[in-house]
Design a protein around this ligand. Structure first.
Ligand code: SIN
Length: 307
């Protein structure tokens, strides 16, 4: 018998727990000739701002051991273009749509949420964790009071449930997650990238024009798992876990740590079929291990004494 793969987040049903993570899957159409987008649990689109942005100057990608550094700087066509030109194409597919929103100020985030109020998307992802911009982004996501204020403000303008996307670049992820929940956040996405740097020893120069960037890929998976697990202990809203997922078994680990669904990011840049491969591997794992319903895995980590 086929195992049950569907999960629910804030009352919204996902056909499976695998979501293409924002910034690694464009607006979906870029991948449509390689994969059937209908097979994805959801798609989180590239981060949008009120106005189009060109992003940071190149080079803005650097390969590292088991990961990549990026300093894209939120290049995107702006929320109006998305609504008019990208969303209609995405709506042809039977998958959940998560719109990642960004701003220089709290007011900008609220104005984007307003523009998206009557648009048929399923979730907003409040990105307060981009490490590559001078204003907004991670600057909002590192102080519990600011996380509280921005989440509360955006909630007042949003119609769709709001997932607050957290940065790992903090001392205590738990207090940040608690602030997001207290402010009315409907769910939490974590983790965004880990601040890092690459140096070209021959040229004695930083590799990225922005000098520093965000590290993603398998190198950060243990950090992400730890943070998902910590946050799951202190909030009762759902968690979308992400950070270095490349296999179905990685998904199992994140679900056991307490995530209800997962984001797959850097793996899409290695293979355009990564998300679908991961869905198939997850199903295979469940069959092999006699798991009838994927929900059985959520929060199922067994902490026993090792003595
Ligand atoms: C970027 O566009 O710089 C990456 C987005 C992010 O890290 O949130």
């Amino acid at each position: 018998m086929k195992p049950r793969m569907s999960v629910k987040i804030c009352g919204v049903s996902f056909k499976n727990p695998v979501i293409a993570a924002s910034g690694t899957f464009g607006f979906g159409r870029e991948y449509a000739e390689y994969v059937d987008l209908n097979m994805l649990g959801g798609i989180a689109v590239k981060g949008l701002t009120l106005l189009p942005r060109k992003g940071n100057p190149p080079p803005r990608i650097a390969e590292t051991s088991s990961g990549i550094l990026n300093s894209v700087g939120l290049q995107n066509p702006g929320v109006d273009y998305f609504i008019e030109h990208e969303l209609p194409k995405l709506l042809k597919y039977d998958t959940r749509i998560i719109v990642n929103i960004n701003g220089n100020t709290i007011d900008e985030y609220c104005r984007i949420a307003e523009k998206l109020r009557d648009v048929p998307i399923h979730f907003l992802e409040l990105n307060i964790s981009c490490p590559n911009v001078k204003q907004g982004g991670v600057a909002f996501g590192t102080h519990p009071d600011v996380v509280y204020d921005i989440t509360r403000s955006v909630k007042a303008h949003a119609k769709q449930p709001v997932l607050v996307k957290l940065t790992p670049n903090v001392t205590d992820i738990k207090e940040i997650a608690i602030a997001a929940e207290k402010a009315g956040g409907d769910g939490i996405s974590l983790i965004n990238t880990v601040l890092g740097m690459a140096i070209d020893a021959k040229k004695r120069r930083p590799v990225l024009a922005n000098i520093v960037g965000g590290l993603s890929g398998p190198a950060i998976k243990p950090i992400a798992l730890r943070m998902v697990w910590e946050v799951a202990q202190v909030v009762s809203i759902p968690i979308i876990g992400m950070g270095g997922i490349t296999t179905g078994e990685d998904v199992v680990e994140f679900l056991l740590a307490g995530a209800t669904a997962v984001g797959v990011g850097t793996a899409n840049l290695i293979s355009p079929t990564a998300c679908i491969d991961i869905v198939n591997q997850l199903e295979e794992y469940m069959v092999q291990n006699g798991i009838e319903d994927v929900n059985e895995l959520i929060g199922g980590l067994e902490i026993k004494s090792f003595c």
